[in-house]
Design a protein around this ligand. Structure first.
Ligand code: SAH
Ligand code: SF4
Length: 410
């Protein structure tokens, strides 16, 4: 059973719009120094108090998860009113929330236009497991790259998300899951038995995070700030298709775990599957991986490998993979291909995937096969695509039929 809350009735839309307008600048996504500066520049806070007030707000926004100045009880009423005149800490509009039969949740968020253009919509996915809850965050609206097996890649890039919008995905997910102090988790929600509901984040939603480096960096440094959202950098993974010049900086300046969308072990095939390979071929990509700051057996790079039937799934390919990664502390994630209407690819047979995984295991690598999650709500890897191009019902039905014919795990 899939639950879907459509917030698109006219009344709900209008109410949300009214709440969203007029647009005041958000305090979410600013560094501490920028936050202090904004408070002073608006005339809300005298310079000598700026640092203290910034710290106070930081706590309310990121530890307590408050989305309204009115809830900031240790700040005087007058100051709260002043802050509210100039700024906002509100959440974005949730257009739709879908809950899969396996507990996976997908949100469709709408963000206002930045400058010219139209409002944009992006998707964020929550995947609960036994001991952890992973949030898959988007970094761009669409993607400039055109990986041939990826649904997002068929959508043109509309724009980069801001640091505020990247963080808003995390904050809103935590709101909806009751993952802030003094909040209740909704009845019936599937979440980890203990600990945080969102314990891990992966930059694996829509877009190429390293083509939006500054905003992603800012957002991830705030997400991992020890006096705020406080997620360990080991529990944050950034996935890139291979933007080589930014890989070193990712380790040096952000310090999170790295995942590489590899998918092929020779340039000819990778050029076809992940066309950025033409610009940064495997040799350069692998050299950048070897030089990744902080790399060790305890901090391995994850190599993602989508299993495409008769394309990259032979034992020869598995051998090539082991050879290519020799000497790099690595984990290999085998991802069964998630089909979408219009694709020419098929997922490898289960038996082939298992053989491939066994070969890699025997070579000494952990190689979990990533179980597809949330397929019934199109939340799986590479299936994210926003409302502007939301699927027609007939396509959705075709997809469901394909999924059942494919492996039936849906
Ligand atoms: N743009 C970044 C991050 C987002 S994609 C990147 O490419 O790394 C997250 C992962 O899903 C990538 O490894 C991507 O290659 C994979 N993926 C894309 N489409 C897929 C599909 N249809 N089936 C399975 N995995 C897919
Ligand atoms: Fe973009 Fe990643 Fe999809 Fe490639 S796999 S098109 S880089 S989102």
């Amino acid at each position: 059973m899939t639950l879907s809350f459509d917030l698109t009735t006219e009344g709900a839309r209008d109410a949300l719009r009214a709440r969203a307008a007029p647009e005041k600048p958000s305090l979410i996504g600013l560094t501490r120094a920028e936050l202090a500066e904004a408070l002073v520049a608006s005339g809300t806070v005298p310079e000598r108090q700026a640092k203290m007030r910034a710290q106070q707000l930081w706590h309310w926004m990121y530890v307590r998860g408050v989305s309204d100045f009115a809830g900031m009880f240790n700040i005087s009423k007058d100051l709260r009113a002043e802050l509210d005149k100039h700024f906002t800490v509100a959440r974005p509009e949730i257009v739709e929330e879908q809950i899969s039969s396996d507990g996976t949740r997908k949100w469709l968020f709408r963000f206002p236009p930045r400058g010219a253009g139209r409002p944009v919509e992006i998707e964020t996915v929550y995947i609960p497991e036994e001991g952890r809850g992973t949030l898959c965050i988007s970094s761009q609206v669409g993607c400039t790259l055109t990986c041939s097996f990826c649904h997002t890649g068929t959508q043109k890039l509309v724009r980069n998300l801001t640091a505020e919008e990247i963080l808003a995905q995390l904050l809103t997910a935590r709101d909806r899951l009751g993952d802030f102090p003094d909040r209740d988790t909704p009845d019936g929600a599937i979440v980890p038995a203990e600990g945080r509901k969102v314990s891990n984040i992966v930059m694996m939603g829509m877009g190429e995070p390293l083509y939006n480096f500054e905003a992603v960096k800012k957002a991830l440094l705030i997400a991992s700030d020890g006096d705020g959202l406080s997620l360990s950098k080991r529990r944050i993974t950034l996935s890139t298709s291979g933007v080589v010049p930014e890989i070193f900086r990712t380790g040096e300046e952000i310090g999170v775990m790295l995942a590489i969308s590899l998918h092929a072990t020779n340039d000819d095939l990778r050029d076809l599957l992940v066309p950025i390979n033409k610009k940064y071929p495997l040799k350069e990509l692998i050299a950048a991986c070897r030089a990744y700051p902080g790399l060790s057996n305890a901090r391995r790079i994850t190599f993602e490998y989508v299993m495409l039937k008769d394309v990259n799934d032979s034992i020869e390919d598995a051998k090539g993979l082991i050879k290519l990664l020799k000497g790099i502390p690595a984990k290999i994630n085998l991802i069964p291909f998630n089909p979408w209407p219009g694709t020419n690819y098929q997922c490898s047979d289960w038996e082939t995937i298992e053989k491939f995984a066994d070969y890699i295991n025997n070579a000494g690598y952990a190689s979990p096969i990533r179980t597809p999650r949330g397929r019934d709500i199109l939340a799986a890897c590479g299936q994210l695509k926003s409302e502007s191009e939301r699927m027609r019902k007939v396509d959705r039905l075709a997809l469901e039929a394909m999924m059942i014919a494919g492996h039936g795990e849906a």
